[in-house]
Design a protein around this ligand. Structure first.
Ligand code: ADP
Length: 359
């Protein structure tokens, strides 16, 4: 007959399991909840820092193994839940329950920045997160087309109501100006427009606000990055040299503004041909080399697929229309990495471990 299992023994075992990205154990991080012991059965909840946790499977396996090794345990029941940490820097913005703001930037236009912003936002929502998309690309605000949205809902108060599509909330400069109307943005005007996009929009509670920034390192991108306490920035590039040089400039701009770089994404990396061969249209490996040279994380490659463009033109993002395609899989993986890195950035910025749960 084995001894009675104690909570202390289970917690001691779980205290040896590390959160792979935060490099601390799950007990210290306050990630173990609702621990219950009934006879030889132990059950508990693991509170992840994002529903899009890329290491969910590994954590699940390791906690089961650790608890099974406790004397007398026959069954382990693990539930996974999540509570996205609140990046303290966002709190400076009054009354905005937005936990993390993540900017997607690029050195120049046409590299797929908006496509990636839209698909990452939808992929995060598919994993269960509360997501908003702010299209601040004043030069080419095309996320409405990509999401099949043509107007914002009628407001019922002083605030703008974001449109909803595929589980995300969105606002876009493109929905606020009439088609064909010229837009002349100067620094202060742009700054106030961005502040309005934050404070005059009924966002509600968001785990992630994805911001599609204008391309380049011009005034617009700069004032945006200054107007917002960003949790981090993602840089999108193509594999070829000229695009990489532009992307490096973008990356350096964020660094100078002390915005953490969450990583580099290489888009249109290759084309898989029907005969099974792979074609590198724009060279290969450039994005990864650039990330390495700047000591930043390479988040992954996205292949070329005409369904990406078709989806963009018809308002159905590829993670919705072809969720099992290579492109969608690559984007889902990149979204998970971004979410995980944002959690680390938020928790480092907060400097307040263990996780503070807001009820
Ligand atoms: P940006 O926001 O950087 O200006 P867009 O996201 O608008 O770029 O993309 C430019 C064009 O390239 C769009 O027509 C889009 O559908 C297409 N596109 C982007 N990524 C891919 C891809 N991986 N495969 C095929 N077409 C793509």
């Amino acid at each position: 007959m084995s001894n009675k299992i104690t909570k202390e023994a289970v917690l001691a075992a779980l205290g040896k399991v590390q959160e792979p990205e935060l490099h601390q154990d799950l007990v210290t991080l306050n990630m173990i909840r609702n621990l219950e012991i009934e006879g030889d059965k132990v059950s508990f909840t693991v509170m992840l820092t994002t529903p899009a946790c890329p290491l969910r499977g590994r954590i699940d396996k390791e906690v089961r193994e650790a608890v099974m090794a406790v004397d007398g345990v026959k069954t382990v029941e693990v539930k996974m839940d999540s509570d996205v940490p609140n990046d303290g820097r966002m709190r400076g913005l009054v009354n905005m329950p937005i936990r993390n703001a993540i900017a997607i930037g690029s050195g120049k236009g046409g590299v797929g920045k908006s496509t990636i912003s839209v698909n990452i936002a939808v992929a995060l929502a598919q994993s269960g997160a509360r997501v908003g998309l702010m299209d601040a690309d004043i030069y080419g605000p095309n996320t409405p087309t990509m999401l099949g949205v043509d107007k914002l809902p009628a407001p019922n108060g002083p605030k703008l109501i974001p449109a909803e599509a595929y589980g995300i909330k969105m606002v876009s400069m493109g929905l606020l100006v009439k088609p064909g109307q010229p837009l002349i943005w100067r620094g202060p005007m742009l700054n106030s427009a961005i502040r309005q996009f934050l404070s005059d929009v009924e966002w509600g509670e968001l785990d992630y606000l994805i911001i599609d920034l204008p391309p380049g390192t011009g005034d617009a991108a700069l004032s945006l990055a200054q107007a917002l306490p960003l949790s981090g920035a993602v840089i999108v590039t193509l594999p070829q040299m000229v695009s990489l040089e532009d992307a490096s400039r973008g990356l350096n701009m964020f660094k100078q503004l002390e915005v953490p770089i969450l990583g580099v994404v290489e888009n249109m990396s290759y084309l898989d041909l029907p005969d099974g061969t792979r074609m590198d249209l724009f060279g290969s490996g450039g994005g990864e080399a650039m990330a390495k040279a700047s000591n930043e994380t390479f988040l992954g490659q996205i292949p070329i697929d005409q369904n990406v463009r078709i989806g963009g033109d018809t308002g159905k993002p590829i993670v919705v229309s072809y969720p099992d395609s290579a492109v969608a899989k690559a984007i889902q993986e990149i979204a998970q990495k971004i979410a995980a890195k944002a959690s680390v950035a938020a928790m480092t910025a907060n400097n307040a471990l263990p996780i503070n749960i807001t009820e």
